[in-house]
Design a protein around this ligand. Sequence first.
Ligand code: ADP
Length: 160
Amino acid sequence: MSNKAIYPGTFDPITNGHISIITRATLIFSKIILAITTNPSKNPMFSIEKRVECAKEAVAHLKNVEIIRFSGLLIHLAQEQKTNVLIRGLRNVEDFENETKRYHMNKYLNPTLEIIFLMATEESTYLSSSLIKEIAQNGGNVESLLPASAFKALTNVYQT
Ligand code: ADP
């Protein structure tokens, strides 16, 4: 049994949708490990340092969240962190399809791993880091969709 869960992702950058999931997860588990991947396969816009910095500032008010970087397989990260619980967010059927594949692959690799899915809230169901970046790049106002730290980071990129 573990009272700790890992919430993994790219967080490029962290959005209010992620914050909603993290906040709700902290009400279920006594410790949440926010694990930000350093895996370059997703071609993140922000460096790992910037993504960690934005996330740190955005969750500073949540005392039971720890931020770490990781690369490689989630089963190994879970082993290292001595927990068998992962958290993922679900917005729509597209997430469901992607997550179903990953869920079964992770179960194949480690049957004791449990992945808990939290549904996106109604107001964050349309939020994704990629869509927010696209809107910001084209001059749209995304300020209320992101924590202040992430909005500042995006503004710095697109103001020049
Ligand atoms: P990915 O791992 O696909 O790159 P992210 O790093 O952006 O995704 O997000 C990490 C997790 O947060 C994933 O489970 C993703 O489905 C979830 N997520 C992203 N945006 C939202 C949102 N607006 N509401 C709920 N969950 C979300």
